[in-house]
Write a protein that binds this ligand. Structure first.
Ligand code: PLP
Ligand code: COI
Length: 338
């Protein structure tokens, strides 16, 4: 079986994890080889989007062992997403065990240290079982699939160009803060339009006033101001990014920067030197320009990654692969050869 990453596409891996929820309890999770599902055609996940997912990565260390990054935080966010979707919560220890088991079973697919490639881990839950009216599903499947991946955004570490969208991915007090498929389905139209025009992704604006930067289609937005503060939007409809939380910690405690969650108005960007997208898939991707209503704003660092963005990228990836000491119990080490 070919175990090399191919961009950010699914490469079949030997095992995935599956557990079923029926009559109020979860079955013992098992690893299986088949990577397809047979479910009722009337499943709520198919008709009403009753589902949730997570995204995290396993990183190869220099010594050959494997690091998971902040898995407990993904487990907690998954519970929040499932609760919002009226789905049963997976106990935190079961979620973590499922991730560990799946990664260890596929350890040969964790790409080598130093390549920048990683094993992407996608836990998800779907509502299944026969149902027609709008109501929570009678049964659920919790599964974890993995795939080796490379960069999410194409090209070298050069700043990418983005464009704002006139449509929204989420409602002001809808489901934007949780990781559920509906947000992504709603964002696809804008993403495809942006890509057709040559942009890397969409910048969504706040759904209430359309005046403030909200987030990127598949990542949070952050910026470094002229005064060297780390700023990032605050809004109830943004996904609570674990990468962004980590960058805020690094900026505050390791780089001594001011950190602020604040409004970032799309027509007032002159106080920003460096802009970027951050997330598990995006890692830290510099943004060079944003087009909004026909006007292109160029950030000061639009040709090369800015110096603070570079420091943030180096530190977070250093922590993730184990080259820099874990500052706050973020790392879980897995030993494939024991
Ligand atoms: N925002 C959106 C819409 C995302 O899809 C992601 C990716 O998970 C993020 C933000 C970043 O979140 P995290 O850093 O937890 O991966
Ligand atoms: C992630 O970064 O984990 C995401 O979910 C982004 C995804 C849309 C590829």
């Amino acid at each position: 079986m070919e175990n090399k990453a191919k961009g950010f596409s699914y490469v079949k891996t030997p095992y995935n994890y599956i557990s079923y929820f029926k009559d109020g309890s979860w079955t013992e999770g098992v690893l299986r080889e088949e990577d397809t599902l047979t479910i009722a055609a009337t499943s709520t996940s198919l008709h009403y989007g009753q589902q949730a997912f997570e995204g995290l990565k396993a990183y190869r260390r220099k010594d050959g062992d494997i690091n998971l990054f902040r898995v407990i935080d993904n487990a907690k966010r998954f519970q929040t997403s499932c609760e919002r979707m009226m789905m049963p919560k997976v106990p935190l220890d079961i979620f973590i065990e499922a991730v560990k088991k799946t990664v260890l079973a596929n350890h040969e697919f964790v790409p080598p240290y130093g390549t920048g490639a990683t094993l992407y881990i996608r836990p998800f839950m779907i509502g299944v079982g026969n149902n027609l009216g709008l109501r929570p599903a009678p049964e659920y499947i919790f599964s974890v699939i993995v795939s080796p991946v490379e960069k999410y955004f194409e090209g070298p570490a050069k700043p990418v160009d983005m464009i704002t969208s006139e449509i929204d991915r989420a409602a002001p007090f809808g489901t934007g803060h949780v990781k559920v498929g509906g947000n992504y389905a709603a964002s696809l139209y804008a993403q495809v339009e942006a890509r057709k025009k040559g942009f890397a992704d969409t910048i969504f604006l706040d759904p209430k006033t359309h005046t403030k930067i909200e987030e990127v289609g598949a990542a949070n937005f952050f910026a470094i101001t002229k005064q060297k503060a780390y700023i990032t939007p605050k809004s109830p409809s943004i996904l609570n990014s674990i990468t962004n939380r980590s960058l805020r910690y690094i900026a505050r405690h390791m780089l001594n920067l001011d950190v602020e969650e604040t409004d970032i108005f799309i027509d007032k960007l002159d106080h920003i030197d460096e802009a970027g997208a951050c997330g598990t898939a995006a890692i830290v991707t510099p943004i060079g320009t944003i087009e909004h209503l026909g006007h292109i704003h160029k950030f000061k660092c639009h040709k090369e990654m800015g110096p603070v963005t570079k420091q943030l990228l180096d530190i977070i990836t250093g922590i993730q692969v184990g080259d820099i000491n874990d500052p706050s119990n973020w790392i879980t080490v897995l030993k494939p050869n024991e």
